[in-house]
Ligand binder design. Structure first.
Ligand SMILES: [Zn+2]
Length: 359
């Protein structure tokens, strides 16, 4: 299960998503847990797409949305503003899947949610000659978030504030709207301000997930920031509790364009992969299995485990000169490269097969 959350300020958006997949029995007990799945994908230099729900149906709908967004010229994303078109497209992708896999009765009624976070450049680009009078005053770009849900066919959207999808949104029920307003103002105009807001969103999510006790939601996050210029990944360290008074730093970083979760001292390394390459069945889903970094399985004597300082640094970008000695001890002096996608530089390489006609 999942938590993907987007916090929009009106001009920029922080997006975080966990990496956990779980299977459950009919009583809702967790069978298997695997922290390996991409939940947030940069579709273009102006748009991120997150997903949650059924893996089989979800990845087909996701692939459809990514392809169509990549076929959408910057400044012509009006269809993303139209609830009816969003729902119709999600259903069209589901129908295409059912046509290919007529025996997938479960997929017919499966829950799938898509979260689309984008910058509305339609407002900032002059209209083409001959279609209408060009705007004299360019309106500022605006942040937009929409969440579509199947099978209900509902849409939620906002310009500023929080929208989450997945079972993990329960964690946010007690967080007041004013809290999110405060977070969107943090660190504006400062170095690492974008990272700072995204970390704060992540920390609230993680605290609330642990408080509510959602075992089916992971707390290793993919993190991204999106503004009028670009989409940027935010590789980082996070603190993980090992035992009372002890913890360790785990990296979520980028390697060869993909997210990797790594705890170097214990040689734990997990590639976060596209949902399209994950097998739906097999021994890896056997009851009682787990594929995850579990800090509770470490002890105060384990490599990389350090004493918790009075004030714990929960999330940090990696800047060797600027991190605590604990982080350096558990990692070393190497930095973390970022991925940046700009609207004009977005590669047209697509991890998905083209499955639907161009619209
Ligand atoms: Zn299916």
């Amino acid at each position: 299960m999942t938590l993907v959350a987007a916090l929009a300020s009106g001009s920029d958006i922080s997006v975080v998503g966990d990496t956990r997949l779980t299977t459950k029995d009919q009583f809702g007990h967790i069978h298997a847990t695997r922290d390996l799945c991409q939940k947030v994908i940069p579709a273009t230099g102006w748009c991120l797409v997150g997903w949650s729900g059924s893996l089989c149906l979800g990845r087909k709908v996701l692939a459809g949305f990514i392809l169509r967004i990549q076929d959408t010229a910057i400044g012509h994303a009006g269809w993303l503003k139209d609830d009816k078109q969003l729902v119709a497209f999600a259903k069209e992708m589901r129908d295409a899947h059912l046509q290919q896999r007529p025996k997938h009765d479960e997929c017919r009624g499966a829950t799938v949610e898509m979260l689309i976070a984008w910058i509305n450049h339609d407002r900032s680009i002059p209209l083409a000659e001959g279609t209408a009078k060009a705007l004299d005053i360019a309106l500022p770009e605006q942040s937009e978030v929409a969440a579509v849900r199947l099978p209900e066919g509902t849409v939620r959207r906002t310009h500023s504030g929080l929208i989450g999808i997945g079972s993990g949104v329960r964690a946010f029920e007690t967080v007041r709207d004013e809290k999110w307003e405060e977070v969107t103002e943090l660190g504006r105009g400062m170095e690492y301000g974008n990272e700072h807001r995204t970390f704060m969103l992540s920390e609230i999510a993680r605290t609330e997930i642990n408080r509510v006790g959602l075992a089916d939601v992971g707390t290793a996050f993919q993190m991204f920031h999106l503004n009028a210029r670009q989409v940027t990944s935010i590789p980082h360290f996070y603190w993980a509790d090992v035992a009372p008074g002890f913890g360790t730093y785990v990296a979520m970083r980028i390697e060869n364009g993909a997210w990797v979760q790594e705890h170097k001292p214990t040689h734990f390394r997990r590639l976060i992969v596209s949902p399209s390459v994950i097998h739906l069945q097999g021994p890896q889903w056997k009851k009682g299995t787990a594929e995850m970094f579990n800090p509770r399985s470490l002890s105060p004597e384990s490599p990389g485990v350090v004493t918790a300082p009075p004030q714990i640094l929960c999330f940090a970008p990696y800047d060797p000169d600027n991190v605590s000695a604990e982080v350096r001890r558990s990692w070393g002096m190497g930095g973390f490269p970022k991925l940046t996608f700009r609207p004009e530089s977005m590669p047209r390489v697509n991890p998905y097969k083209r499955r639907h006609a161009k619209h």
